[in-house]
Design a protein around this ligand. Structure first.
Ligand code: CTP
Length: 416
């Protein structure tokens, strides 16, 4: 149910705009209050009158009406969720660039709530590299991007690009929104269970997770990186979100992606970018789990042009990157902070050293000496150390099960 939830629906110029009518009906039926803002191009596909009748609110179209200014800031703050469905290729490009030439864009840029977009376009447009880059960028800003569906397209062709069906969008919104509502349930100690079957013991909590490698530029085409796949961090983000937390996932370069409505992905490339994202998100979270394999060193001065192989030896001067875990450990103000240690020798001593040096609450140790543990595997074998001297050794498990063990430990500390 979405009773009492305020949803701002943005409709853009796409054939799929006819599905917005059904979407409004479904949202209103669930108890949501729906306001609609549309782009000028959307009017060619669906009428404001139909949208307004179903939403039971006038449709908002222009930044100015006569000499009255539409207060997009108020609108952006009114909503519990902004949903842009359908999202046209054109509005996607504007979102990627931060353009502000209509009321929908001004409202989007002012919104302080989660934003979900459901793209709709023809397959060739969908597959265009610029669309891909824009989508990555828009997702990197923390927006939730719903996958498109395969099927018959307006062009008559068959392929990817159909907007998700209104029922699927409703299910997505339902999963994303209850997290803020069920807060009081867990604070009372009561337990709520979702369709994922997981206890909602993190409802109302916010978490920051880092995952994947970082790439440190040597020149415009080369970098220093590592073999991290990001699988462990993604599993942790999913576990936290499945249990009701709202997760900000700061993700280094990886082909993996998160499509859980409770996870906002911030894509970064270098350690410096990951550091900046984490430092700004950290003050607002309850939990931070640093599972990224951050490069410890970066080239002092990346070359502006591609380095040519003139000499037999190339010497790169490297400098230390900022230690994100350590920086957050110094800023900690009530958050539970978890770090990872990946070691090849002297595992226990190094892990304990990290726990204290970086002021973490838990350190998850995985040793590259254990079979089935480490980069790229779907399994992992960990030991978790806490500050009171506790040490829990786990058997080899899937990364999703390991994520559940780590989150269990965090939850125990949170409510201790
Ligand atoms: N980490 C970080 N920022 C860095 C380096 C590491 O946040 N610049 C975090 C990792 O995400 C992980 C933990 O620190 O949670 C341990 O990383 P690791 O590279 O194993 O530790 P180091 O401090 O680099 O120690 P050493 O080089 O001695 O292994």
């Amino acid at each position: 149910m979405l009773k009492g939830k305020k949803i701002l629906l943005g409709v853009t110029g796409s054939i799929a705009a006819y599905k917005s009518l059904l979407l409004i009906r479904l949202l209103v039926k669930e108890g949501a209050e729906v306001k609609v803002v549309m782009t000028p191009a959307a009017k060619d596909f669906v009428t404001p009158l139909s949208l307004a009748t179903l939403a039971k609110h006038p449709v908002l179209l222009d930044l100015f009406e006569g000499d009255t200014w539409a207060n997009h800031v108020e609108l952006g703050r009114w909503a519990d969720l902004m949903l842009i469905a359908p999202l046209s290729c054109n509005t996607l490009a504007k979102m990627a660039q931060g353009l502000c030439d209509n009321l929908l864009m001004a409202t989007y840029l002012s919104a302080v709530c989660p934003v979900v977009v459901a793209p709709a376009m023809d397959e060739d447009m969908w597959k265009h590299p610029s669309t891909k880059a824009n989508l990555e960028r828009v997702q990197g800003y923390g927006n939730h991007v719903m996958p498109v569906e395969k099927g018959e397209l307006a062009s008559g062709l068959f392929g990817d690009g159909r907007m998700a069906e209104p029922e699927a969008i409703l299910a997505y919104v339902r999963e994303l929104l209850p997290q803020s509502v069920s807060k009081s349930l867990t604070e009372d100690g009561a337990q709520e269970w979702t369709s994922s079957g997981k206890k909602q013991d993190l409802a109302g909590k916010k978490a920051l997770v880092t995952a994947g490698p970082t790439y440190e530029a040597i020149d415009p085409v080369r970098f220093i990186g590592n073999h991290s796949s990001g699988k462990m961090g993604l599993a942790i983000a999913r576990e936290l979100a499945d249990r009701g937390a709202l997760v900000d996932l700061v993700l280094g370069p990886t082909s993996l992606y998160a499509d859980h409505p409770g996870i906002a992905v911030h894509r970064v490339t270098s350690a410096e970018e990951m550091y900046n994202a984490c430092v700004s998100i950290f003050p607002g979270v309850n939990i931070a789990i640093m599972s990224a394999a951050v490069a410890d060193f970066r080239p002092v001065a990346p070359a502006e042009e591609k380095i040519k192989k003139k000499d037999d030896i190339l010497i790169l001067e490297l400098t230390k990157t900022k230690d994100i875990l350590q920086a957050l450990g110094q800023q900690k103000n009530g958050q539970i902070l978890v770090g990872f240690a990946l070691e090849t020798t002297g595992e226990r001593a190094y892990a304990l050293d990290k726990l204290h040096k970086k002021n973490a609450d838990l350190i998850v140790l995985n040793s590259l000496n254990d079979a089935g543990a480490g980069f790229g595997y779907d399994t992992n074998k960990v030991t978790i150390f806490d500050r009171s001297g506790g040490e829990t050794v786990y058997a080899q498990k899937t990364k999703q099960q390991v994520a559940a063990d780590i989150v269990d430990k965090v939850v125990n500390m949170l409510y201790a």
